[in-house]
Design a protein around this ligand. Sequence first.
Ligand SMILES: Nc1nc2c(c(=O)[nH]1)N[C@H]1C(S)=C(S)[C@@H](COP(=O)(O)OP(=O)(O)OC[C@H]3O[C@@H](n4cnc5c(=O)[nH]c(N)nc54)[C@H](O)[C@@H]3O)O[C@H]1N2
Ligand SMILES: Nc1nc2c(c(=O)[nH]1)N[C@H]1C(S)=C(S)[C@@H](COP(=O)(O)OP(=O)(O)OC[C@H]3O[C@@H](n4cnc5c(=O)[nH]c(N)nc54)[C@H](O)[C@@H]3O)O[C@H]1N2
Ligand SMILES: [Mo]
Length: 754
Amino acid sequence: MPRRAPQHDVSDDQLSVTTPKSSAAGLPAVLSSIQHAQQQMGAKRTLLTLLNVNQANGFDCPGCAWPEGEKRHTAEFCENGAKAVAEEATLRRVGPEFFAEHSVHDLAERSDYWLGQQGRLTHPVHKPVDSDYYSEISWDEAFQVVRRELDRLHSPDEAVFYTSGRTSNEAAFLYQLFARMLGTNNLPDCSNMCHESSGLALNETIGIGKGSVQLADLEQADLIFVVGQNPGTNHPRMLGTLEEAKRRGARIITVNPLPEAGMIRFKDPKKPSGMLGRGTELTDLFLQIRVNGDLALFQALGRMLVDAGAVDRDFIEAYTWDYDSYAAHVKSLDWGEVLLATGLSEDDIAAAHAMVTSAQRIVVCWAMGLTQHRNSVPTIREVVNFLLLRGNIGRPGTGVCPVRGHSNVQGDRTMGIHEKPKPEFLDALAQEFGFQPPREPGHDVVESIRAMRDGRARVFMAVGGNFVSATPDTEVTEAALRTCALTVQVSTKLNRSHAVTGRQALILPTLGRTEIDVQGSGRQFVTVEDSMSAVHASRGQLRPAADTLLSEVAIVSRLARTVLGANSAPWREFEEDYDRIRDRIAAVVPGFHDFTSRAEQGFVLPHPPRDERRFTTANGRANFSVNELEVLRTQAGELILQTLRSHDQYNTTIYGLDDRYRGISQGRRVVFVHPDDLAERGIADGETVDLVAGDRRAERFRVVSYPTARSCAAAYFPETNVLVPLDSTARGSNTPTSKSVVIRLERSAPRPVS
Ligand SMILES: Nc1nc2c(c(=O)[nH]1)N[C@H]1C(S)=C(S)[C@@H](COP(=O)(O)OP(=O)(O)OC[C@H]3O[C@@H](n4cnc5c(=O)[nH]c(N)nc54)[C@H](O)[C@@H]3O)O[C@H]1N2
Ligand SMILES: Nc1nc2c(c(=O)[nH]1)N[C@H]1C(S)=C(S)[C@@H](COP(=O)(O)OP(=O)(O)OC[C@H]3O[C@@H](n4cnc5c(=O)[nH]c(N)nc54)[C@H](O)[C@@H]3O)O[C@H]1N2
Ligand SMILES: [Mo]
């Protein structure tokens, strides 16, 4: 097997670079989405499909977890939502003939882009031990393969059950039930690489791992921080919310090493003025922070509030704990270290402080720029400290707003997809289903890879996602999966995880969210939970990609029946009528009473700090915390690399090869570096370099001179995952440190002449 795919199907020969854009969306966004959709599914289907995204009777957009709001526009759609839909609604198909033609070895040499472009998977296929090819298998036989391999394990803890955040609440609930009835808590999910640090820090400080902000709060806030997030690409509908906030007079502080186009100016494609006019300027103050400087920034802002006496004494007295330790700690803050860590000037920080003291209601939004560092948990705790100081939590127009990624990643957690479930959840499950769930914590993503690597896990199953490409340390992860006896992927589209397999492998093709789902009792719907804890129904509208597909619910139910026996739970009823699953969810998970009838309208789950300023921590108070400021220092020549998304990708699904807002077209192997950092190294824009981290190397990136913060660099994932060691994770949350990789640039060796 090749160590890393040469990926000969994508060449960077056409790569071109122009100046970055200073506004997002507008007409180019609409044109780009329609063009992409038509390529995948033709004109008629494009219209039918895009009209149904996020409508009351339509399906939930599989793009991101930003809430829909009450005013659903006919075109409640955004460029990247449209692309996410088109990827699923494509007319291209991958059937048994495709697998007869392409060996697993062949697939392993293709890029994620090529694999994704082949179309929707249509038939269950199996790769036997002694073959390099997948071939068709019946559904029943496929489930028997899984049963046999699970039966061979010494313990259920030798199996790992991964989930990616598109899985519906109903499928997720059954999947965790199946794993726990089998006897394991090995339920890693994409959250482990995503907002795990947020969940942990929020649980410790306010007692619940979810955001406290509703759309209405953003409408009332007078100061909004957008930290470590690129909504123009990853949550485009959020820009509409921010634009509204601006119209009403709110101010926005953007904290980012990169000047992201969407946060500079937004042209709303839903409005004529947005299509043709200049759009709305969003950011009032841009703090171009050095990568990983956020803890220092929020601690400095906290210190200034303490010094100025600009804190809410009554709130602190009544609701919080340990303010004195916090205040004593920030008094010893070293300003030199703050300036070094943040790369900001004293004037920048003073300007932010002035905006903070004149604001009555503050919201802080954040995403991956805060969660994927070694000190992410303390950094997010520091954001909470900052908000607590002036009572900016549990009051209209205020709060914490971690912006989730996958459209149902938050719901999957609510349904019990978690390797460290709360005891109350397990108690409720035990009570409802009459079995003893395992109590030992299971493996998260990084632990799962270690377990496979060390032979402690031998069966790997994934409902959705692309484990191989999403995880760090590509070589180690690939080798780990190859040691498995069996790997099983429940997927809509082909990806690299189908090409890096255990000795046996199965691909189980499934319905997507856009598709009509008919079971024994008739047409079904599923539910999802957005980033603001709102749960609502999602109904597929399109004819399924093939008659041979099963829904995720059906796959999990049939697998469970095969493996655990029909009496373990009413799996057949669950499959026939998803209302029966919702009845059980209602009995197990707080906040879901009358689930099915309320799903139609949608409802918001309880959140004690938001709803009643009640903090469900061990001491019943919101906890201040003391967080040490450590500066991520670099030696001469080194840069801190953050690995991020281009505009044309959905995590590991590559829609196209452009990153329009950053001025990149027809290529992905680029590294963005500040012109002065290039000059210091004697490297010119346009040169080809290797990114070198210790003994790790990602080869041949075109240097792009770019206005990022000094001593920082940026490049796309998954190409750069080879640079992140498995053991380099955030303290506490174990999230890979994908946003702080210390690298050097080395000129690439000339390409060998062939
Ligand atoms: N179209 C599209 N939509 C998506 C996705 C997608 O891939 N494509 N992915 C989905 C998923 S799963 C997720 S989690 C979200 C991800 O949404 P984002 O978090 O917006 O995604 P990233 O591209 O990782 O961008 C991280 C941002 O943080 C900044 N940043 C990096 N390091 C730091 C730092 O140390 N401090 C600060 N302040 N900023 C920093 C980067 O410059 C960048 O603007 O989007 C979701 N939506
Ligand atoms: N270096 C670096 N690495 C990162 C990140 C980073 O910023 N930098 N970000 C991390 C983050 S935030 C995340 S969330 C992870 C993402 O990790 P994953 O969630 O594992 O990856 P995705 O690329 O979102 O998964 C895409 C695949 O999901 C399948 N799929 C799509 N829709 C459905 C569906 O409806 N049902 C089923 N069963 N399958 C479906 C398709 O086969 C598709 O190929 O990556 C992480 N990895
Ligand atoms: Mo994510």
